[in-house]
Design a protein around this ligand. Structure first.
Ligand code: PXG
Length: 285
C-alpha cells in the first residue's frame, strides 16, 4: 500500500517524496528527528516531541522553516491521510542541499518530512517473558564530543552498539558512558527497581531524555513510589530486583538478563508490570 508523506508544505504520495543526493542529511547525517506514536487517534505528548525536535535543531544551528504549530499540524494531517489511529510517526528535518563539503552555512532549504506507518513492536513474547540484553563495548558519545541529547540523523554510535547486541543474540544492548556508568540502551532508556524504589540514570550520564522515561517517572510518583535519578554502574543492574526499558516504540519492556546474569527472579517484576499497565492507561487517557 502506498503511503502519504508530508514534505515541506504539503502531503504527497510516498513516490513523490524525494530528497536531493546533495542533502547534508544524507551526506553527513546533518539533521534531526523524532519518533512519535499515536493511540486511538491522538499523538502521545506531541508538544514534548516538538519541543525536543526544536532543541535538537537549535543545538546544531538548524532553523526549522515551519512553526511548531505547523509541524504539529503536519503530524496530525499525515496520520489522518494514512488512516492511522494507532501509528508511528517519524519526523525528520534535514540540513538541506548544499555543495560537497561540510559547511552547513552553504546549504539551502532544510527538508521537513513526516512519515507515518504502523508500528512494529518487539514480539509479544518479550513483553511477557522479558528481554535479554548485553553491555556493548561501544561507549555512548561524551557530551563534549556529541551530546546524546541531540536526536540527530547520525545514529552510528547507537548502531555500532546495536550490532554488538545482535551479534550476541540480543535485540537491545546497554551502553555505558566514558566513565563506565550506565547511560541507556541503543534506542531506549533504562530503569531498575531496588528495595521498592525506582532508579534511572540522570540526564548528565549522557542520555537522550526520553519522553517515555519522563512519563514513567511521573507515573511512579503518582503510584506513591520513590523514583529518583541516580548514577548507576553495572553492579547496580546486576544486583537489582527488577529492570526495564522505556521508549516510544518499546513502551515499557521488562529486562530479565543482562550479560547472562538473571536480574531478580529472572522474570518480569511486579513494579515493572504495574508501570507498564499504568503507561497503557495513560496513553489512552
Ligand atoms: N534513548 C535513545 C538513544 C533513543 O533513540 C530513547 C532513548 C527513548 O526516548 P523516547 O522519547 O522515545 O521515550 C530513544 C528513542 C528504533 C528507534 O527504531 C528508537 C528511538 C528512536 C527512533 C527509532 O528503535 N528511540
Amino acid at each position: 500500500m502506498s503511503r502519504i508523506v508530508f514534505m515541506n508544505d504539503r502531503l504527497m504520495p510516498e513516490d513523490e517524496a524525494r530528497v536531493s543526493v546533495f542533502d547534508h542529511g544524507l551526506l553527513y547525517g546533518d539533521g534531526v528527528f523524532e519518533g512519535l506514536r499515536s493511540y486511538a487517534g491522538r499523538v502521545f505528548r506531541l508538544e514534548a516531541h516538538i519541543d525536543r525536535l526544536w532543541e535538537s535543531a537549535r543545538a546544531i544551528c538548524l532553523e526549522i522553516p515551519l512553526s511548531k504549530a505547523a509541524v504539529a499540524d503536519a503530524v496530525n494531517q499525515t496520520l489522518a491521510a494514512n488512516q492511522l489511529a494507532d501509528g508511528y510517526v517519524r519526523l525528520v528535518v534535514t540540513r538541506g542541499a548544499g555543495s560537497l563539503g561540510l559547511d552547513p552555512t552553504r546549504t539551502k532549504n532544510p527538508q521537513v518530512i513526516v512519515i507515518a506507518d504502523t508500528i512494529s513492536l518487539y514480539p509479544r513474547e518479550y513483553y511477557e517473558k522479558g528481554l535479554r540484553i548485553v553491555t556493548a563495548a561501544t561507549q555512548r558519545t561524551q557530551s563534549a564530543a556529541l551530546s546524546p541529547r541531540i536526536k540527530s540523523l547520525n545514529y552510528l554510535n547507537n548502531i555500532m552498539a546495536k550490532l554488538e547486541g545482535l551479534e550476541a543474540g540480543c535485540v537491545e544492548a546497554l551502553m555505558l558512558n566514558h566513565k563506565g556508568e550506565v547511560a541507556e540502551c541503543t534506542g531506549d532508556n533504562i530503569f531498575i527497581v531496588r528495595g521498592g524504589a525506582l532508579l534511572t540514570p540522570p540526564r548528565d550520564a549522557g542520555i537522550l531524555e526520553g519522553i517515555t522515561r519522563n512519563a514513567v517517572l511521573e507515573l511512579a510518583v503518582q503510584a506513591g513510589m520513590i523514583a529518583v535519578e541516580a548514577t548507576l554502574v553495572r553492579h547496580d543492574l546486576y544486583t537489582a530486583d527488577e529492570c526495564f526499558l522505556t521508549g516510544t516504540a518499546a513502551e515499557v519492556i521488562p529486562v530479565v538478563t543482562i550479560d547472562g546474569r538473571c536480574i531478580g527472579s529472572g522474570t518480569p517484576g511486579p513494579i515493572t508490570m504495574r508501570l507498564s499497565k499504568d503507561f497503557h492507561t495513560l496513553v489512552r487517557a
